[in-house]
Design a protein around this ligand. Structure first.
Ligand SMILES: [Zn+2]
Length: 150
């Protein structure tokens, strides 16, 4: 399961009651994206919640793919966001706090930890491959890994 399947909407029950409907807890579930990002729904939210939803929408759902929001861009951008936070020196618990403040989302820090571990292993594999194939990408990969393991 991808990490984006383990990102949840904070205050889910409260949101569902404001919207007067039910939707999945998972932030990147198609039904959640559909529900939260239609103009109708936004109007029903309190202003704090609406601001967070709009920020999320601007930061992750701004592509113009035909299959939007099912094109995968949002998930990719969110993964970049997580890696960027790690590169800034945030640990799993702090990352969970930041996504709560930024977008009213939450995840279990254990899931974030395994995601970061997995990302480092992926980079190590890429680094080994780049070394073997001498593609000239080794240095960039090493830098990315250093950012993650900080
Ligand atoms: Zn897209």
């Amino acid at each position: 399961m991808a990490i984006t399947d383990k990102i949840y909407v904070k205050n889910h029950r409260q949101l569902a009651s404001q919207l007067d409907t039910s939707f999945p807890k998972s932030a990147f579930a198609g039904a959640t994206l559909d529900m939260l990002f239609t103009g109708d729904s936004l109007a029903k939210l309190d202003s704090t919640t609406r601001d967070r939803v709009l920020d999320f929408s601007e930061d992750f759902l701004d592509c113009s793919c035909e299959s939007h929001p099912y094109c995968g861009c949002a998930e990719r951008k969110f993964i970049d966001y997580l890696l960027e936070l790690r590169a800034q020196g945030f640990g799993p618990d702090a990352i969970v706090d930041v996504m709560g403040d930024d977008y009213m989302l939450y995840a279990y820090s254990g899931d974030i930890l395994s995601f970061l571990d997995q990302s480092v292993r992926t980079l190590e594999a890429a680094e080994a491959l780049a070394d073997i194939e001498n593609t000239g990408r080794s240095e960039a990969i090493r830098t990315a890994k250093r950012d993650l393991t900080g």
